[in-house]
Write a protein that binds this ligand. Sequence first.
Ligand SMILES: NC(=O)c1ccc[n+]([C@@H]2O[C@H](COP(=O)([O-])OP(=O)(O)OC[C@H]3O[C@@H](n4cnc5c(N)ncnc54)[C@H](OP(=O)(O)O)[C@@H]3O)[C@@H](O)[C@H]2O)c1
Length: 289
Amino acid sequence: MLVTGGSAGIGRSIAARLAASGATVVTCARDEPRLRTAARRLPGTVDPVACDLTDHRQRRELIDHVIERHGRLDALVNNAGTGRVGLLTDLDADSVREVVALNVIAVADLTRLALPHLVGRRGDVVMIASVAGWVPIPPLSLYSATKAAVDGLVHALRRESSPGLRIHSVNPGPVRTEWLLRAAGLRPSDDEGRRGHTFGSRPERVADEVYRCLTGYRHRTVTVPRWLGPARLAGLPPMSNVLDLVLAPVAPLVARWARHYQETLVGRARGDGRIDGDGLTDRMTRRPS
Ligand SMILES: NC(=O)c1ccc[n+]([C@@H]2O[C@H](COP(=O)([O-])OP(=O)(O)OC[C@H]3O[C@@H](n4cnc5c(N)ncnc54)[C@H](OP(=O)(O)O)[C@@H]3O)[C@@H](O)[C@H]2O)c1
C-alpha cells in the first residue's frame, strides 16, 4: 500500500495503522531523515521513499519503486496536502502554484499512474479530502477549492473505473497536526511539530476511517468526526446562499484572527528560536505578484 505524506500528522498515523494490521506500507515525504525516523518507529513493514510529489518524474519513480520492490500495489492513499491561510488576494503566485501542484495535480497524476496497477484486481484509492471542500470557509479559500477538486475527482473516478476498484473519500474537519506550520511554508522537525500542532480530532481517528475503507466492500465517503457528515448540505442552496451572505462581511476579520492563531503556533513551535523555512511574517506580508 502506498501512503503519501507519511512523515507526520495524518499520513504517519495511517501508515502506522495499516502496518500494524500486517500490510506492507510504502510512505513518502520530502524530508528524508524525518521520514526514515518515522518509519523506523512504526510497527511492521514500512518502506520510506524520499519524494517531492509536485515533481512528475519523482511521482513516476515512486510508483515504479513500489512495483519493482514489492511486486504489486493494492491501495493508494492520497494523503499529502497543504494549504495557505489568507484571502486569495493575500497570497502570492508561488503559494497558489504550490498548493494546486500538491493538492490537485499531484493527486490526479499519481492516481493516474497507480490505476493501471490497481485495475483488473481488487484495489482501493483513498483521497484525504476535507470538509472544507464542501463548505469553503475564508481564509482557507484556495485550499477549500483544491479539496472541492479532489471531491470532483472522486465522483468522476467512481463513474469511470472497473467494478473491482473502490474510490473512497475521507473528509476530516480540524485535526491535531502541524498542518498550520507547513501552511506557513515551514519544514518543522518532530519536536517543532509537536509543539505547534493545531486543535481538532486525533489523527488516529482519520487512520481508523481509512482502515475501514480498505476493509469494507464498497466506495465510502466519510467525515471525521462522523457528526460533521451533514456539513455536505451546507454546500447546497439555500444553506450555501446564507453562508455567502453571512461570511462575506466578516472574512477579513476571520483571516486576521486565523493568521494571529497561526503566528502563535509558529512561535510556540519555535521554542528554542530555530525553525527551517521562510520567515512567516515575510511570507504573510508579501504582496501578490
Ligand atoms: N490537519 C487538518 O486539520 C486537516 C483537516 C482536513 C484535511 N486535512 C488533509 O489531510 C492531509 C494530511 O494533513 P496533515 O494535517 O497530516 O498535514 P501535515 O501534518 O502538514 O503533514 C503533511 C505530510 O505531507 C508531506 N508532504 C508535504 N508536501 C509534500 C510534497 N510536496 N511531497 C511529498 N510529501 C509532502 C509532509 O512531509 P514533508 O514536509 O517532509 O514533505 C508530511 O509528511 C492533507 O491532505 C490535508 O489537507 C488535514
